[in-house]
Ligand binder design. Sequence first.
Ligand SMILES: *Cc1c(COP(=O)(O)O)cnc(C)c1O
Length: 467
Amino acid sequence: MNKKKLFSLLPSVDEVLNDKTIIELIEEYPRSLVVDTIRKNINSIRKTIINLKEEQAEDFSIDYDKFIKAIVNELTLSYSLSLKKVINATGVVIHTNLGRSLLSDSIKEDVWQVASRYSNLEYDIDKGKRGSRYSHLEDIIKKITGAEDVLVVNNNAAAVLLVLSTMSKNREAIVSRGELVEVGGSFRIPKVMEESGTILKEIGATNKTHLRDYEEAINENTGVLLKVHTSNYRVLGFTDSVEIDELSKLSKEYDIPVIEDLGSGLFVDISKYGLSYEPTVIDSLRKGADIVTFSGDKILGGPQAGIIVGKKEYIEKMKKNQLTRALRVDKLTIAALEATFRLYLDEQKAVKQIPTLRMLTYSIDELNDKAKRFYEMIKNENLDADIRIEDGHSQVGGGSMPLETIDTKVITVIPNNMGVSELEERLRLSEDSIIARVYDNKYVLDVRTIFDDEFEVISKQLATALK
Ligand SMILES: *Cc1c(COP(=O)(O)O)cnc(C)c1O
């Protein structure tokens, strides 16, 4: 075919707009975007034809189906949201990079009601006048923690900042060197303390701090004693640290408040479920912490938030701190947090319905059943690969319980016709964004963090990737 003839065969934008597939697309995507994409694809073929030599033109033809497919693909890509669902097959339950905690399905309606309609966010219905956004969380959190008062801010880093700024500004906060933690990207306890205007008084050595170290550091300018839960690392070996109950005695003796930054907000004694013991918020308060701070989206399993509980006299002051306005939470957070906390009124319900707790407390039999169901589904695809169910290790994640690896069941895939990292990349870049680990030259899917309704799409994507 000569070039002139080829040009004449190029469809016009209007012609393409009448294509059956494209008509359907216009239902779903903005018309202007569809038109632009069509025009771009026609121009791209026109350019190809322009660049053809006459003898090449002889063998060239316009593949109309391929042309339409390219338009569909381009549209899907350019219209998809940047923040989207992925499949977490890593076995890291509280995966900060993958969104940390997952909200319970059972609170969907509660959150959406408040999000999509007017609400009593800052309105007291009984009195018919202005109310406080924090009031909605007070009753439920007090009930569950037994604390005198509560304040909720943007995240736990903000909680620590607000607590120190209120209770220890221009004064010293005594903290053990073994507890000067960095969590995630850039949250460093020492830096946050500086920002709050507190003077950091480091005591003890990295591996050992004694009660007398605290006592010797106390002077007339001491603001608070601070204990930070070393939630993402452990100092192992020849170690010693002072527990909150001992610190509390000292704090009473010298009339200096003691604060504990717990990191994870735990309300269920997870040692019952085979995990090692971690201090709960209730324990910390009972053992004498005046103020405890923790995250909403670590083990608690709620939305991102920083929760401050403890003595009313201190929390009253925090409420008046100007920083509180800058750190405040929005209504979606309040709605999700209140509904999540309500699940904790019944521990069985919390463990069953909050995904983070559910995933952490699976029994090995349940995981085995999950793995078998998943395996059968993958087997049906007759993949060109060696597929097995094997024992593996999951992690709590989110800087919680760093040494804890939990026994799990994994599906391993060794492809016959490509490298393991190639397979990993194909699945990661697939439409379903499957994030998994490569270990020991195997592609490893940990069933602990995979929802049952995701088994099928993973099986299908494996089949596509291995073709
Ligand atoms: C995770 C963590 C924080 C930070 O909490 P965010 O909610 O991520 O701001 C602070 N302190 C400790 C001990 C933590 O484990």
